[in-house]
Design a protein around this ligand. Structure first.
Ligand code: 9D3
Length: 234
């Protein structure tokens, strides 16, 4: 999969892309992530990317020209077509279902906003999909893009140990995880549940399944019932 990320702050991605699953996926050639600073595509002497809003008001708005020019230049280098995803507080919520959908594509372009946002003509005539990571205020699209990249890249075939991913999906999809324990069997007087020491794998499997449902019922009952459950998990 190829992912181009358009941002004014490519340096913000350095750390997150150099660790763990994303690092290994890139090294294995499972994904190619290309960071593009759209300031580099501003044609004027001062590489201007923003301006004050027509009609007045606070803050700055990203100008359409550098964004269009960057997207057009990036598209010219992509051998396969893919959607332009704009990270925006007005977007549809990022869910596991959306992450799966995006992970199935051969190519993805991700646009990060800053300031008060983008000129609406970019949204209307260039963006295919607006995505938000939740109802809280971030200072820009970059942290949201890092979340999206992580959720998508770990789903790519070959990004994870295969056994781990498939087992996880079939057993607990849509539920919270059961509690995990490791040695010592007793720590400061707190004992590990007896069943886990029993060696009876069928009994352990059943206990974990029950704990999963119980944990979900207590902490996230919305995952078990309601119209959203289906949308989020499939
Ligand atoms: C305080 C500014 N707000 C004025 C009404 C609007 C606003 C503009 C830009 C709020 C946040 C941002 C920057 N956020 C993102 O670019 C963003 C985001 C988010 O803030 N929350 C959840 N998901 C996302 S995706 C991109």
């Amino acid at each position: 999969m190829r992912i181009d990320v358009l941002t004014l702050f490519p340096e913000m991605f350095a750390g997150p892309l150099e660790y763990s699953i994303i690092k290994r996926a890139r090294e294995a050639g499972v994904v190619a992530i290309n960071l593009v600073n759209f300031r580099d595509w501003a044609r004027d002497k001062h590489h201007t990317v923003d301006d004050s809003p027509f009609g007045g008001g606070p803050g700055m708005v990203l100008k359409p020209e550098p964004v269009f020019e960057t997207v057009e230049a990036v598209r010219a280098t992509q051998e396969v077509k893919g959607p332009l995803v704009y990270l925006s507080p007005k977007g549809e919520r990022l869910t596991q279902a959306l992450a799966r959908e995006l992970a199935a594509l051969p190519c993805l372009t991700v646009l990060c906003g800053r300031y008060e946002g983008l000129d609406q003509r970019v949204v209307d005539h260039l963006v295919d999909r607006e995505v938000s990571v939740g109802d809280y205020v971030l200072s820009g699209g970059e942290p949201a893009a890092i979340v999206l990249l992580d959720a998508v890249v770990r789903l790519l075939p070959g990004a994870l140990g295969d056994d781990q991913s498939t087992e996880e999906e079939s057993f607990s999809d849509g539920l919270l995880e059961y509690p995990q324990y490791t040695r010592p069997a007793e720590f400061r007087g707190w004992k590990v549940p007896e069943v886990l020491l029993s060696g009876n794998h069928e009994v352990i499997r059943r206990w974990r399944s029950e704990m999963s449902v119980e944990e979900t019922r207590k902490k996230r009952p919305d995952l078990l019932i309601g119209p959203k459950a289906e949308a989020t998990h499939e």
